[in-house]
Design a protein around this ligand. Structure first.
Ligand code: FMN
Length: 209
């Protein structure tokens, strides 16, 4: 297997801290295209991620054809609603709620400039695909490109497979719309790490408040 070594691209020189700490789910995207040069850089960044036994079974499918995105978006929307529990209603959520943003993305997916599917060449390799997807999204952040990790639902798997001519053994783990944000990157709110970190044994807090 031919392998390549790459130097870090100068355009990815945003500090790691800034990229990580200002990364957030960007669901409202401008229609402006993302260049091939930038897509190439994201793929190079993704290729640097760890994978089990370095087998590198992740493949990315970049979709920009408008008709394909439109067809994919129909399936994405169907999948999104298939994941809602019975009785789920948008009226039950406050304006600005994440569920409403996600619902809007399900409607807007047809208009995004690019969708990237993160796929494994064999089933059940999520843990080798997700680090690469995260690298891709952090590199996108550094380039000012918005992204959000989304997933499908088994009800649409066969049709997604047919749409993109995926081989039977391939598994789609996530779909990442990419584009320039209508809103802004910025800090996110998270649980304090003093509550999510244990030392030595479950339940033993770390040495910080
Ligand atoms: C496994 C996984 C599945 C997700 N699925 C969806 C999805 O279907 N639709 C969506 O809009 N966002 C989805 N997200 C994005 C999350 O909602 C988002 O990362 C989370 O709310 C944090 O957002 P923030 O970084 O802006 O605070 C998913 C994220 C992960 C990790």
């Amino acid at each position: 297997m031919a392998m390549v070594k790459l130097d870090p691209p100068a355009r990815l020189d945003m500090s790691l801290g800034k990229a990580m700490f200002t990364q957030r789910a960007i669901r409202r995207l401008k229609p402006d295209p993302v260049s091939d040069e930038d897509i190439h850089m994201l793929m190079d960044a993704a290729s640097k991620a760890p994978s089990s036994r370095n087998e590198q079974r992740v493949r990315f499918l970049v979709v920009r054809d408008r008709e394909k995105i439109r067809k994919f978006a129909e399936l994405y929307r169907e999948a999104w609603w298939a994941k809602r529990p019975a009785g789920w209603k948008p009226e039950n959520f406050e304006p600005g709620d994440l569920h409403l943003s996600a619902m809007r993305l399900a409607d807007d997916m047809k208009d995004v400039p690019t969708v990237v599917l993160a796929i494994s060449t064999v089933p059940g390799q999520a843990t080798s695909v997700l680090p690469a997807a995260q690298n891709l999204m952090l590199a996108a952040r550094a380039l000012g490109i918005g992204s959000v990790l989304t997933t499908l639902h088994p009800t649409v798997t066969d049709r997604v497979r047919a749409l993109f001519k995926l081989p039977p053994e391939a598994e789609v783990h996530c779909c990442i719309p990419l584009g320039y944000p209508k809103g802004r990157f910025g800090t996110t709110a998270r649980r304090p790490t003093s509550e999510t970190t244990y030392y030595e044994e479950w339940g033993t807090p770390p040495p910080w408040e």
